[in-house]
Design a protein around this ligand. Sequence first.
Ligand code: NAG
Ligand code: NAG
Ligand code: NAG
Ligand code: NAG
Ligand code: NAG
Ligand code: NAG
Ligand code: NAG
Ligand code: NAG
Ligand code: NAG
Length: 616
Amino acid sequence: MPSLIYHCTLFFTFFLTFSQLGAKPISNFIKKSELNHKVGIFDHQLCNESCGKFRVSFPFYINNASCGFSNPPLLESFQLTCLNSTSLFLNIDSQNYRVLEFFSDGVLVDFPGFSNTCRPYNDLNSFGFGGNDYFGISNDNVIGLYDCEDSSLCKANCESNDLPDCDKNGNGSGPVCCYPLSDHSVWHIGDEFNVFAKFECRGFSSWVVPRGMNSGKRGVKLEWAIPLNLSKEACDVNGYIVNATTVKHGVRCLCGDGFVGDGYVNGTGCLKCVLTSAFAAASFLALLCLIKRSVKSTAYGSPHKPQFRSTLSFRKSCNTRLFTLNELDEATDGFNEGQKVMDSCGGSVFTGKLKDGSHIAVQRVKCENEKDLMQVLTRVELLSTIMHRNLAHIFGCCIDSGYTPMVVYEFPENRTLEDHLHKEQPDKIGLDWYKRLSIAAQTASLLAFLQHEVSPPVSHQNLKTSSIFLDQDFNVKVACFGMFCSLELYNSEVYDLGVFLLEVVSGSKHPDMPTIALYKTRDGKIEEIIDPLLYYHEQPPFRRDQIDRVADIATRCLLFGGDGKLRMVDVARELVHITRDSIDGGSRRGPAIEETFSNSSLLQMISISPDSIYVP
Ligand SMILES: *[C@@H]1O[C@H](CO)[C@@H](O)[C@H](O)[C@H]1NC(C)=O
Ligand SMILES: *[C@@H]1O[C@H](CO)[C@@H](O)[C@H](O)[C@H]1NC(C)=O
Ligand SMILES: *[C@@H]1O[C@H](CO)[C@@H](O)[C@H](O)[C@H]1NC(C)=O
Ligand SMILES: *[C@@H]1O[C@H](CO)[C@@H](O)[C@H](O)[C@H]1NC(C)=O
Ligand SMILES: *[C@@H]1O[C@H](CO)[C@@H](O)[C@H](O)[C@H]1NC(C)=O
Ligand SMILES: *[C@@H]1O[C@H](CO)[C@@H](O)[C@H](O)[C@H]1NC(C)=O
Ligand SMILES: *[C@@H]1O[C@H](CO)[C@@H](O)[C@H](O)[C@H]1NC(C)=O
Ligand SMILES: *[C@@H]1O[C@H](CO)[C@@H](O)[C@H](O)[C@H]1NC(C)=O
Ligand SMILES: CC(=O)N[C@H]1CO[C@H](CO)[C@@H](O)[C@@H]1O
């Protein structure tokens, strides 16, 4: 029995904790049917009050007073009313506010009087509340404004938020101008919305823009807190107290590093993170811990920056951003087949464009169970800490798609190597030899770097010409890593590179190419498989020699790559030598770079540049 309770608590924590991190909405995670079957088992253990689609969590409650704080004034402040078994209301100063969504640090409510559209300007007064000892109007809110006489209220950094026009019949058209409450030049903490009255607009709408996102949700987010003088012993022993942002003298609890939960001694408390366990329940906890870490870097990484459209550089600095399924669905045009660049065991890869204009590639990975899911997230975490100029940057991932997590990579201008080798180019000019050689050398160098300079070593496991992205200068950005092999070295990486090099040299994806190439090599006719677009016979001798050498490396990879006799670092070294010869036009052929370099100093030469640092 104790073990059942333990599991139940963990699962319960799961639901609360997602939202607890970075103030993401709880409902996003609760509604995933894959996980719903887990809810049942703890129903009798912990408070399970619900109203329509809402599951109420500490410190809020509906009828059962033992589900809230035990202190009477605190208890009363967080009581909700469930009307008609569907709608929840929060009563403040005898005004009822309809609850739209819960956040870990607050609650999203509607302007009184049920309205989905843009409101007449006078309705600003219907929200007659600026804050009390328990609630404050959150800085995360943004006010959309229509047809203002005085546009000094409109803030430029606000416009990148995605706030639709005054909806359907709200007849607002043209760009919405808006004012984020975090600006504090007009509205100050504690003010009511009527401070906006003097700007004489025709209408307004109210939105919250959750941290790390730039699309709004309609409503007003109220931050909640408990007064400091009533907070004694409210936090779990493994939690700590933080000041609220907009509630004067208000505080909340958070869990310390290495713990997950809501932080309150009478809520879920704080559970210890155990990152390595075969247990299903414990890996769920581990999943939370991972997510907590990644969200933390997004949400709290730069506390004083405006929460709105983060600049590209800011976004790059946070390791794993969490995308919503909606965001990716829109970006890829509903995962349209036409946007697919790869279909393989590593998952399907779709290209798309985010609202901010960034081009992305989304790798959809099919998982069977939580263990798989964990593995994918661990791998993404590891990959996103590695910085190397030839590694495609991982923007983040999406986990609200149940057992199909998605990894979001940058997708640079010149698309994939496959596109250049095989797609009909309008001008029929394929990649010239110099570009192909450089792509081969960069790819092998990156793979060697990942095997020798990163701990634990990383292998790609899904090397194909479609997993090589190319930037505007045809520099390699390796992406679309295989997700399911263990972190131990995958022993056919060198063989895979051989197949890859053959495709680069021959321009052909023929599945029997490895066999064909081995026969041609034996017969001394390797030039017969070389891509006609390389005009082998018209090339100067030193270039023909380079092509032969690369074809030779490819066949050696096929012969000796499978059993570890040929190491990636040796292949990378040879390819880099050939590239160097190419630069000085073949005049200094031969052992220009001495074999006396150790593997690591060679790797430094080929891989380490100011932007290639491994951040543990
Ligand atoms: C909540 O738990 C009670 C038992 O304490 C049970 O009767 C009720 O059905 C549960 N409600 C929901 C919505 O699961
Ligand atoms: C109220 O919640 C407590 C758990 O905190 C539970 O033990 C009790 O059964 C609940 N009461 C009702 C009437 O559901
Ligand atoms: C809930 O209330 C709305 C109006 O407030 C009403 O139209 C609806 O029929 C009610 N639903 C139920 C199940 O009573
Ligand atoms: C906008 O819509 C309101 C009602 O929703 C209507 O009274 C008003 O005339 C409309 N204004 C314009 C300019 O269409
Ligand atoms: C606690 O502090 C709040 C505001 O700071 C104050 O209004 C309230 O009276 C205090 N309560 C007690 C019991 O001291
Ligand atoms: C937590 O619950 C216990 C038992 O109901 C109660 O004695 C204690 O005061 C509660 N603590 C808080 C901070 O509400
Ligand atoms: C929290 O607020 C109190 C005053 O209400 C202040 O003394 C304290 O320094 C604040 N703590 C932090 C971490 O800002
Ligand atoms: C160089 O290669 C050897 C043999 O694979 C390996 O044991 C050693 O750790 C490598 N050195 C570095 C610095 O990677
Ligand atoms: C062949 C090809 O598509 N080349 C493009 C690579 O990217 C640069 C920069 O976007 C374009 O100018 C080239 O046309």
